[in-house]
Ligand binder design. Sequence first.
Ligand code: SAH
Length: 335
Amino acid sequence: MVERGHPKFHARQVLRWIFRQRAERFESMSDLPKSLRLQLEEEWSVFSTEISHHHLSPDGTDKLLLGCHDGRKIECVLMAEDDRRTICISTQVGCGMGCVFCASGLKGVERNLTRGEIVEQILRLRNLLPLDETITNLVVMGMGESLANLENLLAALDRVCSTEGLNFGQRRVTISTVGLPEKMLALAARDRQYHLAVSLHAPTEALRNELVPINEKVGLAAVVEAADAYFQKTGRQVTFEYVLLRGINDRTEDARALADLLDARKAHVNLIPYNPVEGLPFERPTPEAIRRFVEIVKSGGVSVSVRKTKGREIDAACGQLRRRLEDRVPAPSRS
Ligand code: SAH
């Protein structure tokens, strides 16, 4: 604004229109001078992405595939349940971590998302909600390794959590990471109240090396220590995510080893029954196996929950919609 000879406060007005009033065009910003609106409309756009696909699942899950200015596609999801409106956003195009069961990393990482592209996912999803509803929870669990794009992610979250953004509560944000110890410590040092979720997926070094290849460089002990340090510094309990893969990490011995590893810690385990990915050889455990796993972990003294699956009909899991639309992977039969 200042560069173009306009008073500074117009910038604040624009922000208010976008974040509070849900404006997607400058022309609707009725308290700005008409000439300024026209100028902005000509030279700028509120969003840099376009909605390439909007899928609505019968269970009320919205999934947006956004096209970036360079043609790349990113995914984000809105899940409605009772009073909760949870959104899940991406931080990268693709992912470089290579977890063997995940669709996002199949073709590696293409680039980091900008701070704007991260904010836009949040606003696009919020704008789908009726006017009397708003986002209650934000999880950074879409495509990409969140902490590999820490600076842009923090800049985006800072905006959204500021009074000039959505005034969103930091404690309602969950950042999920594959477990990059240095970045976890860097995040802890930033004095935010974000909830950290660490994708553990295996209780032993050998199994984690197989499932989460980056672990070979990092090591299980370093991940768990960094999680401890995060808790000590922020006072926020860490969640360990554990995707359950039939016959691979869902055995009785795995549950016992997991309980032993986490027993003495103030941590929570979130079990994620595997969402099958076309072309990958993994399966979701039986409900019986999931129940047994929960019981063992619980009786080992560790707090545990099982994540509900939503939006499977629309490929809402982890890089699956982008993959289907870009690579023309056939949809699984819905029998
Ligand atoms: N890079 C971050 C965010 C990734 S997605 C991380 O690793 O945590 C969030 C979670 O979904 C991770 O725990 C990831 O391992 C898990 N996930 C990936 N593919 C999955 C699938 N097909 N089914 C279930 N969970 C999956």
